[in-house]
Design a protein around this ligand. Structure first.
Ligand code: 13P
Length: 249
């Protein structure tokens, strides 16, 4: 399995930030893992141009479930692919919260991404109240049940799951390594039940306050096959050591 270090720039970045991409490519000309940045859509095609011929892949942060049509302001998977995307993040908790995305919405988008031939990165994660109530695994189980496509239409690396506890995003707090291990092994078991042995080859990412200082410990947890990184993906000086930690894991 080729592990995946993914950066989610969220609503950050303008032209001048493309300089970070050149630095990242310089730092990791041939990383021993996949390396991905998902910029805001306004930067996607220019970032893809910067990354041409390098090991860096670029991706989208969301897409519409339909390929085209009367959906003002929306962008389809085919359009993101045309702009140079190879991956699309779906169902991030910020989209679930800010845009009312449900598991059913995420499922429809995941099917659209599969149809476009791109890699879908489907996010799941519990809130702090849900963890405190002891319902973490039930919440993750139901998100997986509702958000994932019925079958794998491509190689198992075409569908990636990102476990991002909502309370760990942008807070500097992370679950304990045992808590991460518990959720990741639960996700693996759930995927194997659903898709069969091929699911052992699916990448499971951890996301939420990943930084250079905690990356190696997180990557040593069983079934953590990479990371989805927010704040620490914006600067190459922060993200490059995370990629290095994954490549060495
Ligand atoms: P932070 O790394 O800033 O906590 O964000 C995580 C995230 O939401 C990535 O999608």
């Amino acid at each position: 399995m080729r592990k995946l270090a993914a950066g989610n720039w969220k609503m950050n970045g303008t032209s001048e930030d493309l300089a970070e991409i050149a630095k990242l490519i310089d730092a990791h000309p041939k990383p021993n893992c996949e390396m991905l940045i998902c910029p805001p859509t306004t930067l996607l095609s220019r970032m893809a141009d910067c990354a041409k011929g390098s090991a860096l892949r670029v991706g989208g942060q969301d897409c519409h479930a339909h390929a085209s049509g009367a959906h003002t302001g929306d962008i389809s998977a085919a359009m993101l692919k045309d702009a140079g995307a190879t991956h699309i993040i779906l169902g991030h908790s910020e989209r679930r919260a800010d845009h009312g995305e449900t598991d059913a919405t995420v499922l429809a988008k995941a099917v659209a991404v599969q149809a476009s031939g791109l890699v879908a990165i489907v996010c799941v994660g519990e809130t702090e109240a849900q963890r405190d109530a002891g319902t973490t695994l039930a919440v993750i189980g139901s998100q997986l049940e509702g958000s994932l496509p019925p079958s794998l239409t491509s190689a198992p690396d075409g569908l990636v799951i990102a476990y991002e506890p909502v309370w760990a995003i942008g807070t500097g707090r992370t679950p304990t390594l045992d808590e991460v291990a518990e959720v990741h092994s639960f996700i693996r078991d759930t995927l194997v039940k659903r898709y069969g042995d091929a699911a052992n080859e699916m990448r499971l990412l951890y996301g939420g306050s990943v930084k250079a200082s905690n990356a190696a410990a997180l990557f040593a947890v069983p079934h953590v096959d990479g990371a989805l990184v927010g704040g620490a993906s914006l600067k190459s000086a922060d993200f490059a050591p995370i990629v290095a930690a994954l490549a060495a894991s």
